[in-house]
Design a protein. Structure first.
Length: 507
């Protein structure tokens, strides 16, 4: 009997049971409503000028966060031992006259210029010419059938079936785009005047974050402009422009894409990164990331109150990351794994900062085991927080266990009640998930002050937010001390990381 009792006690000594230890409880208690309110008051003050990306107010915000991290004893986690990971923001415009697509088949060479016969549709404008053999994909392909076509490092020439369903065509193009070609070229049968009319002149300005990502460039090319080169390669467009699905490599045809950008403006914006080293010699090389976006939408000119203070969106999340950093830095609260505390910018512009962070992380992305993202947790229900993404990994089960172990918080984490809004694809955790990092997104919903100047500090329920943050602290303790890292659900991994399903992917 005694051996069995001892065994039971040993089995009970899990990370979850250890959360009641006095140092951990004392650390959780440092997360107070007063601190939440004070920090939101600073972050959402008029002096921050709405925290637009980029702006002086955003830089002041980043410095405030860094000062807090330094006070807690974190170490700088960004570039060159800095608190700030600054990413370049360039405004660019395609130079139509200096950009072209060249088709070469033997001695036959024809050029489609971007001023008249080629159109840029998306992807990364290549910094240097892209040249690769062509592969033809034509006819009534489905997303499933086109997955079997080897297009990696090729230039895909896509010919849509006559009268093809637009949604299916877009899904097929999505699968091809994600399969790793050098370029994706849709061959159009439009006449020269019609095609020229769809080329925007002048071309629109584009915002590029960091260096070009290496994603394939997506184009349309008027087939008539390169018809002789296609014929020299043995490609009969009239024959393949049918409903029958066709795919084959065209070994005798090479396609080169030459594009030139004019840089109109060059700026930068900060992410703020602090790291708390884990206590275990081995597990400290794995990392949990707490993240929140510190930017907002700036100033709306022409109004008596023109500053969008963004108290809930997302001073609430930024204050949360600061409060969690303070709690974890207390004696006895440091988990076995290391923790990265991250506040990003550019979320409102298109998840810019988090996308740059996962592309240029301070530690190998494979060593980041989970992301807990916090965005708008200061309003609405006093006893409920939405945990978006529970179904995608065993983080959902971990959260349920932690939530059940802490009824004193009076806070219930529920599933996403608004799946039609696709919030999973709309905040910074999604960039972590795309890179294979299991993630949970904590959120308490939008309200009438969303993206309005009326999203002000006095409307925040800081007591409710402090209870949410204590729940997230205990969740981080569980993740940080668990013997194994979180695991994806296989179907979610296929859909989100491998992006093999197109029906639910973000546009």
């Amino acid at each position: 009997m005694r051996c069995s009792t001892l065994l039971g006690l040993l089995l009970a000594a899990t990370p979850l049971a250890a959360q009641t230890a006095a140092p951990v409880s004392r650390a959780a208690a440092t997360i107070t409503a007063a601190d939440v309110a004070r920090r939101i008051g600073v972050l959402a003050h008029d002096s921050m000028m709405g925290r637009d990306t980029p702006s002086k107010g955003l830089d002041l915000t980043a410095q405030y966060v860094a000062d807090q991290f330094q006070r807690f004893g974190l170490r700088p986690g960004a570039d060159s031992s800095s608190w700030f990971q600054r990413y370049p923001i360039t405004r660019r415009r395609l130079d139509l006259q200096e950009s072209r697509v060249v088709f070469t088949a033997g001695s036959r060479q024809e050029t489609a210029g971007f001023a008249t016969a080629a159109r840029y549709d998306g992807g990364s404008v290549p910094e240097k010419p892209v040249r690769a053999p062509a592969v033809l994909v034509a006819g009534a392909h489905t997303p499933s059938s086109v997955e079997r076509v080897d297009v990696r490092d090729k230039v895909v020439l896509y010919v849509a079936p006559p009268g093809g369903d637009r949604s299916t065509v877009q899904q097929v193009l999505r699968v091809l785009f994600l399969a790793g070609p050098k370029a994706l070229v849709v061959l159009s049968d439009a006449d020269s005047a019609t095609f020229a009319s769809i080329i925007p002149k002048p071309p629109p300005e584009r915002t590029v974050i960091g260096r070009p990502t290496g994603r394939p460039v997506s184009l349309q090319v008027r087939a008539g402009a390169v018809a002789n080169a296609l014929a020299a390669a043995g490609l009969d467009l009239a024959a393949v422009r049918t409903t029958s699905p066709t795919s084959r490599q065209i070994s005798s045809l090479t396609v080169a894409v030459e594009m030139k950008d004019d840089i109109i403006a060059s700026l930068s914006a900060p992410n703020t990164v602090g790291i708390l080293e884990g206590s275990d010699p081995r597990l400290k090389n794995e990392y949990l990331v707490y993240s929140a976006h510190m930017d907002h939408i700036g100033i709306t000119p022409g109004r008596p109150d023109s500053i969008n203070n963004g108290a809930d969106d997302n001073a609430s999340g930024t204050a949360g990351v600061i409060g969690l950093a303070e709690a974890f830095s207390r004696p006895g609260a440091r988990p076995k794994r290391s923790i990265i505390f991250l506040t990003v910018s550019g979320e409102e512009k298109g998840l810019w900062g988090s996308n740059y962070f996962v592309s240029q992380p301070p530690v190998p992305i494979e060593q980041i085991v989970a992301n807990i993202n916090i965005d708008m947790i200061g309003r609405n229900w006093p006893d409920t927080v939405v945990a978006i993404g529970k179904e995608h990994s065993d983080l959902g089960g971990t959260l349920q266990r932690v939530n059940a172990a802490h009824p004193e918080l009076g806070m219930t984490a529920i599933d996403d009640p608004w799946p039609e809004e696709r919030f999973y694809f709309r905040s910074d955790h999604y960039n972590f998930a795309r890179k294979g990092v299991p993630a949970l997104f904590f959120f308490t919903g939008v309200h009438e002050d969303y993206h309005e100047v009326t999203d002000s500090p006095e409307k925040i329920n800081s007591e409710k937010e402090s209870r949410i943050l204590r729940l997230l602290f205990y969740l981080g303790q569980e993740i940080g001390n668990a013997p194994r890292r979180p695991r994806w659900n296989p179907e979610s991994y296929k859909e989100i990381v491998e992006q093999k399903s197109v029906s639910r992917l973000s546009p």
